[in-house]
Design a protein around this ligand. Sequence first.
Ligand code: SF4
Length: 330
Amino acid sequence: MSHTSNKQDKKNLLEVENLKTYYPIKGGFFRKTVGNVKAVDNVSFTIRNGETLGLVGESGCGKSTTGRTILRLLNPTDGKIIFNGQDITTLGGKSLREIRKDIQMVFQDPYATLNPMQMIGNVISEPIMNYTNKSQKALKNEVLELLNKVGLPEDAYYKYAHEFSGGQRQRIGIARALALRPKLIIADEPVSALDVSVQSQVLNLLKELQEEFDLTFLFIAHDLSVIKHMSDRIGVMYLGNIIEIGDKDSVYAEPLHPYTQALISAIPSPDPRKKKERIILQGDVPSPANPPKGCPFHPRCPKAFAECALTKPALKEVKPGHRVACHLYN
Ligand code: SF4
């Protein structure tokens, strides 16, 4: 069921403005900063209450760094992060701790983040204990309810991470992320480590929980089919930049940026009789430590022209709600 229409008039839960996250490159005897890896380079977008924005791009494009910066696991170099009307860009200490209740993350590999020595009941109740002083009985009831919501049996409470399959472990990760009833969930490649057969179960679970708990998602993935299944709007990233953003249907039906066109041409068609022509890109993604001048995509772009090597195109609205950074649309 699509619930895009009733989201149109909702307020922005998250506003990201000109966000930059650079990592310093150290060199020389004194380990001086000799350059920067521009992992996120001037990224802006909004997410309305209850919607899912999908961020898609190849590995190293800056989508995970964007997610981690919003959660303030990384400090931004510049720009603003406004969450629920509050500027959280430089929050620290107690105020940041308070905000973290409302923004939770679901990771790619839950096994790496689950303590193998901890009983699952304790794994899920830990965040609740950190923020409230509920009785043991109330805590346990809450965890049992969460297990039920994510489709795990009650006896999972007494088990350990190694006793579960990959899909079940991701359900545990989701239960833990839900424990504090967050407003925003940043899901970073939540199904890419799972067998294809269980991917859609976990994706559908996330959708059901979104409805039930009125969640907003920033959904990060490299797989365009997964992004299409989950998102209301889609942002395409390349070398630390959002190069196209718009409603899912608009971006999939009429991708404007040559990079998005190439990505979408690579999705297998569900109907083998309708063969699409695949656009094969030449070359590799350049290093974000030394991005090309002008349009970041110009060394690989099949449509590049002289201007592209000189000036960086701004993200411009070309159709209502659909923006693209490309000189072809000037
Ligand atoms: Fe290609 Fe030029 Fe558009 Fe960049 S600005 S995507 S190089 S046509």
